[in-house]
Design a protein around this ligand. Structure first.
Ligand SMILES: Cc1cc2nc3c(=O)[nH]c(=O)nc-3n(C[C@H](O)[C@H](O)[C@H](O)COP(=O)(O)OP(=O)(O)OC[C@H]3O[C@@H](n4cnc5c(N)ncnc54)[C@H](O)[C@@H]3O)c2cc1C
Length: 166
């Protein structure tokens, strides 16, 4: 059987959307299968230094810099009894203009931006579709069974499947 896509990506969070954008940029036919409808709530909003480089690779730094996301320059740890550590300023150790820059994001908006970026690069995205089954040939996943929003179950074929379900 002919494959439907070059790669299937299960999960449209940051990992899946980033992989989809890069693969599509190289001209591969990519399908992201995401069970939720974006924008959706997700925990994990406090980005850390060195997130800069993957965002740069994706070409999203200009968009991050002009976004409404809160810029984040340091961390400070608060103990259960309320005592706070000294703040740790990232730029004391890392390059102020690049990797020391990071952001506090709203994951619903941040993840939407990444998924839309993957679409803009040419990836297809199926939202509200849940992967239910992985069929293997030897050790390799060759067919992905997914349930569409309508309830219909479809089988998708690709030589590569990435599990980006978090
Ligand atoms: C309590 C907590 C606090 C955290 N705080 C931070 C923080 O402050 N800063 C930080 O950087 N990170 C934080 N993290 C980690 C951060 O949330 C993850 O690193 C990040 O979300 C991983 O991205 P991902 O794309 O791999 O997975 P996810 O963002 O989880 O995306 C996976 C996607 O796959 C979809 N999916 C799952 N199963 C299926 C299926 N069967 N079919 C189709 N789609 C499916 C989901 O709907 C989801 O959209 C925190 C995590 C937790 C649990």
């Amino acid at each position: 059987m002919n494959p439907d896509f070059d790669a299937l990506i299960i999960g449209g969070g940051p990992a899946g959307a980033s992989a989809a954008a890069i693969l599509a940029e190289f001209g591969h036919r990519v399908l992201v299968i995401e069970r939720e409808k974006f924008p959706r709530y997700h925990i994990g909003e406090s980005l850390i230094p060195f997130t800069y480089q993957p965002l740069e690779r994706l070409g999203l730094i200009p968009r991050m810099k002009t976004s409404c996301f809160q810029k984040k320059y340091s961390v400070l740890f608060v103990q259960p009894d309320g005592r706070a550590s000294q703040p740790f300023y990232f730029f004391n150790r890392y390059d102020r203009e690049t990797v020391a820059q990071t952001w506090q994001v709203l994951r619903s908006e941040f993840d939407q931006m990444l998924l839309d970026h993957a679409r803009a690069k040419g990836a297809e995205v199926l939202e509200e579709t849940v992967v239910k089954e992985l069929l293997r040939d030897g050790g390799r996943v060759t067919v992905v069974g997914a349930q569409l929003k309508s309830g219909e179950v479809v089988e998708l074929l690709a030589p590569i499947t990435l599990d980006c379900t978090g």
